[in-house]
Ligand binder design. Structure first.
Ligand code: PAF
Length: 283
């Protein structure tokens, strides 16, 4: 089957409403394009749980900070379309900013998910999660999927979206999908394209030190001290740690000794790239 690519809302709604009338289950994979195997694993998951799979490619201006270069964000539409078509995606939605934000960003209503949006990447990138939750809410209203798949590499993003869906009673099941990694352990990310050959050798230090930390916390509850050590190791490997924290897996609050379901969240700069990674730990 040939994948349809649609940019306008009217045609999108008509196509989806035909599927709904046929009683088909729809799964949605929102992306910003520049697709890699991590994105394709989301499409694979979507195919396994639904009758029709819709993906979107939209480089969302609302989630970029003033100092973040949206104009240079990699845009690879033709290659992305081919990958989605080969993966078995049924429909690709590719709106322009005018379609998503016709009044402009300043006059746009927004969705703010408190608490889970606040720390970590929310602190390093003010306004980022407001942009993510707003665009995902809009895309959910346009596509009206039964299911939506998100990559666990963006662990905080998954918690923000899961919380939004619960708080606003959206009838959508969120399926988190495991991070796809290179053999070195480096999590796949569009940002890896910014790494030089030398930096590519350094970058796995992020996941390696998260794993080291996960081993330590099984018998040492000095979470802050251990995280500081891991940050030093990451810095000594040639990166610059933005943050590394041991958190409660759902609330993302700093973990306490009694918590059993934890997540280690980390971000570090490697050359021009800001890389993020995480690991869930069940004690
Ligand atoms: O993870 C991403 O690619 C983006 O944050 C998303 C969820 C597509 C929203 O723009």
């Amino acid at each position: 089957m040939t994948m349809q690519t649609i940019s306008d809302i009217k045609t999108l709604r008509e196509t989806i409403s035909t599927w709904r009338q046929q009683g088909l289950k729809i799964a949605f994979v929102p992306t910003m394009g520049n697709l890699h195997q991590g994105h394709i694993s989301l499409v694979d998951k979507a195919i396994s749980v639904a009758d029709k799979v819709v993906a979107s490619i939209f480089v969302n201006p609302m989630q970029f900070g003033a100092n973040e270069d949206i104009d240079n964000y990699p845009r690879t539409m033709t290659a992305d379309q081919e990958k989605l078509q080969n993966a078995g995606c049924d429909l690709l939605f590719t709106p322009t900013p005018d379609i998503i934000y016709p009044k402009g960003l300043d006059k746009q209503s927004y969705v703010e998910v408190p608490n889970v949006s606040d720390g970590y990447c929310g602190e390093s990138r003010p306004g980022h999660f407001r942009g993510v939750s707003t665009v995902v809410c809009k895309l959910f209203n346009l596509v009206q999927p039964d299911i939506a798949c998100f990559g666990l590499k963006d662990y905080q993003q998954v918690q923000v979206i899961q919380t939004m869906v619960e708080d606003l009673s959206m009838p959508i099941e969120i399926i988190p999908v495991a991070t796809v990694r290179e053999e070195s352990g480096l999590a796949l990310s569009s940002r890896n394209n910014y790494l030089t050959i030398e930096e590519k050798k350094i970058a796995p230090a992020l996941s390696q030190n998260i794993q080291w930390l996960a081993l330590q916390i099984s018998d040492n509850s000095d979470f802050i001290g251990l995280a500081k050590k891991a940050a030093n190791f990451i810095d000594n490997a040639g990166m610059k740690t933005d943050y590394i924290h041991i958190c409660h897996a759902r609330t993302l609050q700093p973990a306490s000794e009694d918590d059993k379901e934890l997540v280690i969240l980390a971000a570090a700069h490697c050359g021009k790239a800001r890389l993020i990674d995480n690991l869930q730990v069940f004690l």
